[in-house]
Design a protein around this ligand. Structure first.
Ligand code: ADP
Length: 414
């Protein structure tokens, strides 16, 4: 749209991050302040029940996270630490799309919360020098939500849909032609007077994010050019993120402190950033000018985060499997009811890290505590439990993200 400033549109609760470009009087491009325009779509609070979990190590976004978010969020691929294979694939594809003057093909990111899916969507928009519109699956319930949204799109824009597995059937079907052929079908009137009009849309890039790839319909999944899985970060990668965040927040930290935080961050950048802020506050309270390893460890201990990143809630979950179910297997629903949590939250927020780090095994008959979990909690295993665990060590661990997405023809999987 000529004369319209490029910027970013966000849902309430989502910050802005892209660096839109505009022109000054002389026509030279200058960075414009990110523009935050609220869409008419209302954010749906989908995770209200999460505040029951200890918020410290929850990978869900808190209001404190949002405050410091803008400063620490990487804007460009070069600043984005880790996910190396994914980054090099994106960099290649972005360069190719830019050199052809086309929008990037649609991208799907999947993996547990807090690993950087939203950040990558913003990075893509920045690298493509495009606007980004942020919304989420549950917010696009009615046809008019979708129509209102796609109506705002301009050539090359990025449309980010978080929790895309929660799109309603109607919304999904309206989106198909928009994604595939860049058209939208508008239906007017009722009964015999029903008319359908097909309207063209500008070429845009859909970036979808989900923690539950297995819940995505095949039809929707097949429409993405790239399907990318985000993995938990290594200690080295998290150390890089911790050091970067500390530098941005002007916190002087010794290497031992950086590593202590990285080790307890559950492989998740969102948690790493949160722990940096907690350690900073603890250090200020103690009057420490430079945070050393001992101060960082004392801070983390005071928040009851143990050396492997487990908090009170994690330990309680494992203890329940051990004490109430003799080590398991126990079904997800039963476990959720015992803990007083809903099964989705248990599966999406609590379990992925515990499974990935070998504390819990997800078997077809339910969840089991591993020998490593017994050892970490200092619990003795009875002979029955040992043989149960031994028997199950042959059982293949079910995939962390419910289902691995096999690449479709012409689709790149990373
Ligand atoms: P998700 O969308 O997967 O839940 P986000 O993209 O919101 O996760 O990332 C959570 C936080 O972690 C953000 O504040 C972001 O700044 C930070 N972050 C995520 N990935 C990285 C990374 N690779 N390097 C540095 N910071 C990151």
């Amino acid at each position: 749209m000529p004369g319209k400033e490029r910027g970013e549109r966000a849902l309430p609760g989502k910050g802005t991050g892209s660096k839109p470009r505009t022109k000054n009087a002389g026509g030279a491009p200058v960075p414009a302040a990110p523009r935050e325009t609220k869409t008419s779509i209302e954010e749906v609070k989908v995770n209200e029940n999460l505040n029951r979990r200890s918020t410290l190590l929850s990978c869900q976004e808190s209001s404190a996270d949002l405050k410091s978010e803008q400063a620490v969020r990487p804007d460009r691929l070069g600043e984005y630490i880790g996910q190396t294979r994914l980054k090099s694939m994106l960099s290649m594809s972005i360069n190719a799309a830019k050199s052809r003057g086309e929008a990037l093909d649609h991208v799907l990111f999947y993996g547990p919360p807090g690993l950087g899916k939203t950040t990558l969507a913003r990075v893509i928009a920045n690298e493509m020098q495009a606007r980004i519109h942020l919304t989420s699956g549950p917010s696009l319930e009615r046809p008019r939500d979708i129509i209102g949204l796609v109506h705002q799109l301009e050539e090359g824009d990025v449309l980010f849909i978080d929790e895309i597995h929660r799109l309603s059937r109607i919304a999904e079907e309206l989106l198909y032609p928009a994604i595939e052929d860049f058209v939208i079908d508008l239906t007017t009137g009722k009964g015999h007077a029903t008319r359908t009009m097909r309207l063209p849309l500008p070429k845009f890039t859909l970036v979808g994010a989900t923690t539950k790839a297995g819940m995505l319909s095949n039809a929707l999944r097949d429409r993405f050019g790239f399907v990318c899985r985000l993995d938990f970060y290594t200690i080295e990668e998290l150390s890089g993120i911790v050091a970067r965040t500390a530098a941005i927040l002007n916190v002087a930290m010794e290497a031992e402190a950086v590593e202590a935080i990285a080790r307890r961050a559950r492989g998740t950048p969102r948690i790493a950033n949160r722990l940096v802020r907690l350690v900073r506050d603890f250090g200020h309270y103690q009057g420490a000018e430079i945070i050393d390893g001992a101060t960082a460890s004392a801070a983390l201990d005071s928040y009851q985060v143990d050396a492997l990143g487990l908090d009170v809630t994690d330990r309680r979950l494992i203890e329940i499997i051990i004490d109430n179910y003799d080590g398991g297997p126990v079904g997800l629903e039963t476990l959720a009811a015992t803990i007083g949590e809903d099964s989705d939250t248990l599966e999406d927020v609590w379990e992925p890290f515990l499974i990935q780090r070998g504390f819990i095994q997800r078997t077809p008959r339910g969840r089991m505590a591993t020998a490593f979990a017994y050892q970490h909690l200092g619990r003795a295993m009875s002979a029955t439990v040992s043989s149960k665990i031994l028997l199950n060590s042959e059982v293949k661990q079910l995939d962390l993200f419910a289902e691995k997405l096999p690449p479709q023809s012409g689709q790149a999987e990373v």
